[in-house]
Design a protein around this ligand. Structure first.
Ligand SMILES: NC(=O)C1=CN([C@@H]2O[C@H](COP(=O)(O)OP(=O)(O)OC[C@H]3O[C@@H](n4cnc5c(N)ncnc54)[C@H](O)[C@@H]3O)[C@@H](O)[C@H]2O)C=CC1
Ligand SMILES: O=C(O)[C@@H]1CCC=N1
Length: 262
């Protein structure tokens, strides 16, 4: 894979995915074309060789790999003939069948990264149609590995589930973190310290959960066994059915992901 074109290359997710790819030299700046509505894309100042355009047909002509990173609602205005081309899509809720219907491409990788890609900490499940060549699948794996953990899956429907579970990135943990910060402020801790404390807590917790073999359920059990302050807090949260709220949230997000592009 040599030349990469990213439609919607000025967006949040595209930048988060591409900066690690450029930093790791998986793609050379001169081999990358980004399209946007304005043609002026910031965030790539470190790689002045990157090409930018407002014209998606120029991008397609210059690229071996065409990456779609626009919002699903922006697709209607994109009219391209991609028959015989290799396409990677990171768009939520847009199936490979829809991409084939709209653009004619059959060699499609569909992936669901999240915005933690910017910190190289995305979890990125990806699916490939049967027609995708080995070299293209290898490119997809290395492209997404630059920004986190890329994970090949064989069932496209699971991507809609992962859109809810992990595509949301920091959003769901941030909701819990914000509730903790607000509680700390109500308890009299100054807002700056509360913010610092909870961010560090989440960093420590995430680092620990990623590095030890105990599951999250094991960690809860371990603290419950102390029958101390943490167990008192955990018991109250379990009694308040925190898990129910999480299940409701993930179910709503999955339902939305399965509704398709609108
Ligand atoms: N932001 C996130 O955390 C995640 C986003 N996604 C998916 O990634 C896609 C992009 O999302 P974001 O980067 O967050 O959105 P965004 O709004 O930041 O970026 C989309 C970009 O596409 C550009 N664009 C729109 N129409 C265009 C056209 N015709 N030609 C060229 N560029 C065009 C827009 O100007 C914008 O810069 C969406 O489909 C979303 O579902 C998937 C997982 C996570
Ligand atoms: O919230 C959204 O719809 C997109 C897809 C996954 C993350 N962001």
């Amino acid at each position: 894979m040599t030349h990469i074109g990213v439609i919607g290359g000025g967006g949040w997710l595209a930048g988060a995915l591409l900066r690690p790819v450029l930093a790791d030299r998986i793609v050379k700046p001169a081999d990358l074309v980004l399209s946007s509505r304005s043609g002026n894309i910031s965030g790539f100042e470190a790689w002045p060789g990157v090409h930018m355009t407002t014209d998606n047909s120029i991008l397609v002509d210059a690229s071996d790999v065409i990456v779609f990173s626009v919002r699903p609602s922006d697709l209607d205005e994109i009219d391209l003939d991609l028959r015989g081309r290799f396409v990677i899509s990171v768009m939520a809720s847009v199936s490979v069948d829809e991409i084939t219907d709209r653009f004619g491409a059959r060699r499609i990788v569909r992936a669901m990264p999240n915005a933690c890609a910017e910190q190289r900490q995305s979890f990125t499940p990806w699916f490939a149609t049967d027609d995708v060549r080995k070299s293209e699948a290898e490119f997809a794996q290395s492209f997404f590995s630059a920004s986190g953990r890329a994970h090949f899956i064989t069932n496209e429907h699971e991507l809609d589930y992962f859109t809810a579970l992990t595509g949301s990135g920091a959003a769901f943990p941030a909701l819990v973190a914000d509730a903790m910060i607000r509680h700390a402020i109500e308890a009299g801790i100054d807002p700056e310290t509360a913010d610092l404390a909870v961010r560090q807590l989440f960093l420590g917790a995430a680092t620990q959960m990623a590095s030890i073999s105990d599951t999250p359920a094991d960690i809860v059990e371990l603290f419950m066994e102390y029958r101390g302050t943490t167990a008192a807090g955990l018991s109250a949260m379990i009694d308040a059915d925190l898990a129910h709220a999480v299940f409701m949230g993930l179910t709503a997000a999955r339902r939305r992901a399965m509704q398709g592009a609108d």
